[in-house]
Design a binder for this molecule. Structure first.
Ligand SMILES: *Cc1c(COP(=O)(O)O)cnc(C)c1O
Length: 448
């Protein structure tokens, strides 16, 4: 999202009353931007391979039904990892054939449902595969594609919690462990219905080269299995997601096109048409298409440090608040009408509303002096931020609004109108009470 486009959306959001004393936080999504990201992803892979490619959006990055439906309209399926995410994808109209089920803890019931619906399943471990043996034997016509998730153990990135390809990662079968590679080949030869391999080498913080190294390992394993089977048993490789996002500027770097081109250079055999592909991008499709707006309630100075107390903190920016070094966010400052603030920057903290000292959106940040009634915008928060609410202090989930300019980009009269479509209604206080056992107030009382 360009700064101009963002400024226009913020001004329109304020003019149209999306941010009020009652609703002091609101999240915006750029509908045209999401469509453009989806198209860029599809075009990037279409440029490097003729093979069929299913791009499955990692639903956890933005578990919002209208967003999954928007992506689906752009030809993007869904990667799901829980019964809730599967239900969201189905509510969004994603076809079973465009859905992939991952997760390291699938129950028998989840597996049976996936088999019945014809949803692709990536088995995480040999015990899960044994369950699939039994469930498939009992199923009428088990046609769901089954894959095995492997961890190429190529190493982690700068964020430990998101590094899925370390030696001891909890995901998949660790390929470099003693005897593991041979065992995976055996598992496949014993099960002619295993037709896929899956790997996801990590998310934000993983160097591109390392991600691609993981994919190269898995491609090599597929070649080995097919040679041993004497046929093209493995016909599809799921390369996961994890393209890092640039949180430091408005540039989309690295781009999907750069990633696909690098993949073709490093793993040409993967793209020569012999293998179908699945991708599972999340953050890179959504992050730069969303922002959080929050009102500044008070400003103060403590120990010489100016602090703006806003309504956006840990409930919408959980990772940033708990791990600010890994997840710094850019903050833009606006006045109460949504006009960009001017003024000599002052080093200040941007705090959230939660009751612990670390609840800061930004620490020691140079921003125009903020005043009560101003608005701060946390940028690049379209993935994993406002959509993954954290219920601390019983703070409500903010409303989410998709914005578009029906007149089109740069309309001739220069007066584009921005329209907002509600994506998720703001949570009410009554809903919070109900979700918190409000109907059960007497449940623990003696009742005498
Ligand atoms: C989280 C996850 C993704 C998406 O990762 P991003 O960094 O958001 O692209 C894809 N696949 C699996 C298995 C995941 O766990």
């Amino acid at each position: 999202m360009t700064a101009d486009r963002r400024d226009q959306a913020v001004r329109a959001a304020l003019a149209q009353g999306l941010l009020t004393e009652d609703q002091p936080v609101a999240a915006l999504l750029d509908v045209a931007g999401i469509r453009a990201s989806a198209r860029a992803l599809r075009a990037a892979f279409a440029a490097v391979t003729d093979a069929p490619v299913l791009h499955a959006f990692a639903v956890k990055a933005a578990p919002l039904v209208p967003v999954v439906a928007l992506l689906n309209e752009e030809g993007i399926g869904a990667e799901v990892a829980s019964p809730g995410e599967l239900a969201l994808a189905r509510a969004a109209g994603v076809r079973p054939g465009d859905t992939v089920l991952d997760s390291p803890a699938k129950t028998r019931a989840e597996l049976a449902e996936a088999l019945e619906l014809g949803i692709a399943v990536n088995a995480d471990n040999p015990q899960e595969l044994a369950r699939l043996d039994a469930l498939r034997a009992a199923a009428d016509n088990p046609s769901a594609p089954i894959g095995i998730r492997v961890n190429a153990q190529v190493g982690g990135g700068t964020i430990g919690a998101l590094s899925t390809a370390t030696a001891t990662s909890k995901f998949g079968i660790a390929l470099r462990d003693e005897g593991a590679r041979r065992a995976v080949v055996r598992m496949c030869l014993d099960r002619p219905w295993v037709t896929r391999l899956h790997t996801h080498s990590g998310s934000q913080g993983i160097p591109l080269e390392r991600m691609i190294e993981g994919i190269r390992e898995v491609y090599g394993l597929a070649e080995e299995i097919n040679a041993a089977a004497g046929r093209r048993q493995i016909d599809t490789i799921d390369i996961g997601g994890g393209l890092p996002v640039n949180f430091a500027s408005d540039d989309h770097t690295p781009s999907f096109a750069e990633y696909a081109a690098l993949l073709r250079m490093r793993v040409p055999g993967l793209l020569d048409g012999r293998y179908g592909l699945v991708t599972e991008f999340g953050r890179s499709l959504l992050a730069k298409n969303g922002l959080i707006l929050a009102r500044v309630e008070y400003t103060k100075v403590s120990g010489g440090r100016p602090i703006a107390v806003t309504h956006a903190g840990v409930q919408v920016a959980t990772r940033t608040v708990y791990d600010p070094a890994s997840w710094p966010l850019r903050i833009a400052a606006y006045d109460g009408k949504g006009l960009p603030k001017a003024g000599e920057p002052v080093v200040q903290d941007v705090a959230g509303p939660a009751c612990f000292a670390g609840d800061l959106l930004a620490e020691g940040r140079a921003l125009p002096p903020l005043e009560p009634g101003d608005v701060v915008a946390a940028l690049d928060t379209g993935a994993y931020y406002f959509s993954n609410h954290y219920g601390y202090n019983s703070l409500p989930r903010p409303g989410v609004y998709g914005f578009s300019s029906p007149a089109g980009e740069g309309a001739a009269d220069g007066r584009e109108e921005t329209v907002f479509a509600p994506v998720r209604a703001p949570q009410t206080v009554a809903e919070i009470v109900a979700e918190s056992g409000g109907e059960l107030a007497g449940a623990l009382l003696r009742g005498e």
